[in-house]
Design a protein around this ligand. Structure first.
Ligand code: ZN
Ligand code: ZN
Length: 365
């Protein structure tokens, strides 16, 4: 049989949203498993009821059909309603998603000061901010690899106190407020009563130590902002849009790990050479005239950092590719190849003499 959600919450059928809410709070408080009066099954029931009755549309459906649309869907139509079998089924059936459940418990967890995980978080070491920047490298750097110079403004460990924040070698003393463990219990008055939770000690910010005499240079922060020149290796074959990560070149933070520097790389296109995607090969284009295509020729082309003479064999067709070995992108197994894509250009305007010669040629072919 369908549960009567109004009975579950102990409210009248015409209860106002405020009455439903306050009934839910009172019962959730009473049956929460952290309490001596706790009852997991009851607690679930109360939540189920509240999920439906606190939602205007779901409540209207429930009033009309004795269940909501989602419940009906999950059970194959109106009529067979048996109530929720269990919490996880309800989530899977789409009554509300797992995220909502997490939120409900998460929020209650907060209210009740539950959650052992919180303690772990409090003690977790600080981490400095990551930084990001964009560099544009030329096509040759992409092909051969190279370096780029960057000037980055970032927080680094203070030179004077070596990042401790304490004046020239003065000792750190144990934090009196937390006894050195970096955590402090706080007591909170909530609508369910008084609860205790453990958080980061505000006095020592979780480090367990306090500085007796602060470093003059960084005023105890342990870090200072500095402009820094960096030489960054750019590996050959890097694609436009790739990101390099430099560990420990982000912002430093006192008593924590320095963040990373992310370098987004743009590759400036070459005026004629392109990369064949996902390979170590390059392709360039070359135009020859009809006679050159028929008779063969030698052409000088632009390659990476050099000019190359390319033999165009007699009889080459438009669209054919010639391969120049070892003139592509540097890899750890040597360089890829450079392909020369040949286009045979047919003359559009002919001199009288050229026309005559072609007519002669035509008789020969
Ligand atoms: Zn402390
Ligand atoms: Zn300092």
């Amino acid at each position: 049989m369908a549960k009567d959600y109004y009975k579950v919450l102990g409210v009248e059928k015409h209860a106002t949203p405020e009455e439903i809410k306050s009934a839910f709070r009172r019962l959730a408080h009473q049956y929460h498993t952290d309490k001596s009066t706790g009852d997991a099954t009851k607690f679930k029931e109360i939540n189920e009821a509240y999920q439906v009755l606190s939602d205007k549309d779901k409540r209207a459906q429930y009033d009309q059909y004795g269940q909501t649309f989602e419940q009906a869907q999950s059970q194959g139509g109106f009529g067979g309603f048996e109530g929720f079998r269990d919490w996880s089924n309800y989530a899977q059936a789409g009554g509300f998603n797992a995220q909502d459940i997490g939120d409900i418990f998460g929020n209650l967890g907060d209210m009740f000061g539950m959650g052992g995980g919180r303690r772990g978080r409090a003690a977790a070491a600080a981490r400095g901010r990551d930084l990001e920047t964009t560099v544009t490298v030329d096509f040759t750097t992409m092909v051969m690899g190279g370096t780029v110079e960057l000037n980055i403004q970032r927080d680094v460990a203070c030179d004077q106190c070596k990042g401790t924040g304490a004046k020239g070698g003065t000792a750190l003393k144990t934090c009196g407020d937390c006894g050195g463990n970096g955590q402090r219990a706080t007591t909170r008055q909530t609508m369910f009563g008084v609860f205790q939770s453990v958080g980061v000690c505000p006095t020592c910010r979780g480090t367990g130590k306090i500085i007796e005499t602060k470093c003059d240079h960084c005023r105890g922060r342990g870090t200072e902002s500095k402009k820094e020149d960096l030489r960054v290796e750019v590996p050959p074959g890097i694609d436009d849009g790739m990101t390099l990560r430099l560990k420990g070149k982000g912002e430093a933070v006192q008593n924590g790990t320095t963040g990373d520097l992310f370098i987004h790389v743009r590759v400036r296109p070459h005026h004629i050479i392109k990369r064949i995607p996902e390979t170590a090969d390059l392709v360039t284009s070359l135009t020859v005239n009809v006679a050159e295509a028929a008779l063969g020729t030698t052409k000088t082309i632009d390659a990476i950092e050099e000019k190359l003479d390319v033999e165009v064999p007699a009889g080459i067709g438009s669209g054919q590719r010639l391969r120049v070995k070892g003139k592509g992108i540097q890899t750890n197994r040597g360089r890829g190849d450079l392909y020369v894509q040949v286009t045979v250009e047919t003359p559009k305007r002919l001199s009288r003499n050229a026309k005559r010669l072609l007519e002669e040629l035509q008789k020969e072919l």
